[in-house]
Design a protein around this ligand. Structure first.
Ligand code: NAD
Length: 517
């Protein structure tokens, strides 16, 4: 199959009674497994530690989803060294076998989709629909990278010098350190991990401390799919405690990171400094934050624009790197846009994520909530608060969807990533000014334009400088295969996950020329 013929995993329709029942029963099954203790997994063995950390349900923080052993610097070192000791053997596993493991992992995820959805509901605070998108994307990554690896395996086409046999082939790099964020705790974790594995690299996986149970469940699934146990190590622990040691270890060959700008830049800096005994330049694949804008032009379908901004800003509580956190609206439709938007925002139901009548669940943690509320206070002084502005009812980490209008480009809420349900709305004089405002950011991840003016759409294609540009549709929800994902500027290294070139980041090409006769 050609990569362009790849098809995404279809989403479950939860309006169908059987599907609702299946999801409810998966939630009950997962709740019954709450509170279990999870060990680290190093060199093919479970390792328990004296220190452990609970992972909580952000909808009801007194509920403990799982209890996780915590690595220290010494265990982190062991993880890298045991992965390195297995590298030569893993690199010799035929590509077809590694591809088959990914296909079995995809099948396993598909068979246990609602169970994984339920873990996402309870540990990450995802609503059913958001959890379904996360699990489906993980399935897509397995299937897509399996297909992509089939194209990379074996000799690549090169021209032939007369009298020589000329070849080029792709080799794995070595130990890959995979550091995912909590906001796509299955899809992004799975994507970076299986990309590294299918190309022949043993992985040391350090998941986010917010969502380690999903990571542990996924590791078990990979082992069930036939992954050799020594090919993956699961190192749960604080990024601040084990992160530097994992990144700086001389046997770490590359780092695949997705997370915030500051942590990404630190990893990049530490990885660039060679350590005693290190014999390569570490490769860093870093996808980072966003301050994504949707432009609403004077000529547009305003209802569609309002809907697109609404779902992009408040889906998963605004905790997506691709979330619309700035709406830049043409002055000609500015008030009309707000008049249509505000009632829709006020109609959003916020509450526990396991109740599908809620469009928004909790934010991930107490500290995330506090940080978002601080930004809302800053925003009150920087613009006109139109709706929201505080906590929503309930014991969970619930924050009201918040809209602050008349925000100038100098405002902090225009410039800094808030990572919560807070939308800044700014007025543009005309379309070129809207583009200028949209581009006025150190980030460059996603962007959207609602316009029926073809010339303006062409101008946006030429001048809106973001890794993922969406015209007349929402700016979230990139699909594997169709929308390779990655950002410009401080949004990252533009790795284009889910695209045809992604696996090239995990290999090195070797050229071999043999003189004949
Ligand atoms: P984060 O940077 O706080 O953490 C990301 C990961 O890094 C976690 O696993 C964390 O434990 C680890 N970490 C923390 N300190 C570390 C250190 N010193 N060394 C090594 N690892 C360390 O980010 P987060 O809060 O988990 O995720 C939210 C951020 O991720 C947002 O900025 C969001 O925009 C970004 N994000 C980007 C993309 C993308 O594709 N560009 C996708 C999802 C999320």
């Amino acid at each position: 199959m050609l990569l362009s013929e790849f098809r995404n995993e279809p989403y479950t329709d939860f309006s169908v009674p059987e599907n609702r029942a299946a999801m409810e029963s998966a939630q009950a099954q997962v709740r019954a497994a709450f509170g279990q203790e999870y060990a680290l997994f190093l060199g093919g063995e479970q390792v328990r530690t004296a220190a452990s950390r609970p992972s909580r349900n952000p909808s009801r923080p007194d509920e403990i989803v799982g209890v996780h052993c915590q690595a220290d610097a010494e265990l982190a070192r062991r993880a890298v060294e045991s992965a390195h000791a297995y590298f030569a053997e893993f690199a010799r596993v035929p590509a077809a076998e590694r591809v088959a493991i990914l296909r079995r992992a995809a099948a396993g995820l598909r068979a246990r989709k609602h169970e994984f959805n339920a873990w996402l509901v309870y540990e990450a605070g995802k609503t059913w629909v958001e959890a379904e998108a996360d699990t489906s994307e993980a399935i897509d990554f397995c299937d897509y990278y399996a297909l992509a690896m089939e194209k990379l395996a074996g000799p690549q086409p090169v021209s032939q010098i007369p009298g020589e046999r000329d070849e080029m082939r792709y080799l794995p790099l070595g130990v890959g350190l995979v550091i995912p964020p909590w906001n796509f705790p299955l899809a992004i974790l799975c994507g970076m991990t299986v990309a590294a594995l299918v190309t022949g690299n043993p992985v040391v996986l350090k998941p986010s401390s917010e969502t380690p149970t999903i990571a542990a469940q996924f590791c078990r699934l990979l082992l069930d799919a036939g992954l050799p146990p020594r090919a993956i190590s699961l190192v749960t622990g604080s990024g601040a405690v084990v992160g530097d040691g994992l990144v700086q270890h001389p046997l770490t060959r590359f780092i695949a990171f997705t997370g915030s700008r500051d942590v990404g830049l630190r990893i990049n800096e530490l990885a660039a400094r060679p350590q005693p005994g290190q014999i390569w330049i570490k490769r860093v694949i870093a996808e980072m934050g966003g301050k994504d804008a949707i432009i609403v032009d004077a000529e547009c379908d305003l209802d569609q624009a309002v809907q697109g901004v609404l779902v992009s800003a408040f889906g998963y509580q605004g905790q997506k790197c691709s979330a619309c956190s700035r709406a830049i609206v043409h002055t000609g439709v500015y008030e009309a846009f707000l008049e249509k938007l505000i009632p829709k925002v006020e109609a959003i139901r916020v509450g526990p994520a396991d109740d599908p009548s809620h469009y928004m669940g909790p934010v991930i943690s107490q500290s995330a909530m506090q940080s978002i509320l601080r930004y809302i206070e800053i925003g009150r002084g920087e613009g006109r608060l139109l709706t929201g502005g505080g906590r929503a009812d309930g014991a969970g980490y619930f924050v009201q969807p918040t809209v602050i209008a008349d925000v100038l480009p100098s405002a902090r809420i225009f410039r800094e990533e808030i990572f919560g349900p807070v939308l800044a709305v700014s007025r543009a004089r005309d379309f070129p000014h809207a583009l200028e405002l949209a581009n006025d950011s150190e980030y460059g991840l996603t962007g959207g334009v609602y316009s029926t003016n073809q010339q303006h759409l062409e101008q946006a294609r030429d001048q809106f400088f973001v890794g993922n540009l969406y015209l007349n549709r929402k700016c979230t929800g990139a699909m594997v295969g169709a929308h390779p994902f990655g950002g410009f500027h401080m949004s990252g290294t533009d790795s284009k996950a889910g695209g045809p070139d992604y696996l090239l980041l995990f290999v090195q090409a070797q050229s071999i020329a043999e003189k004949l006769g």
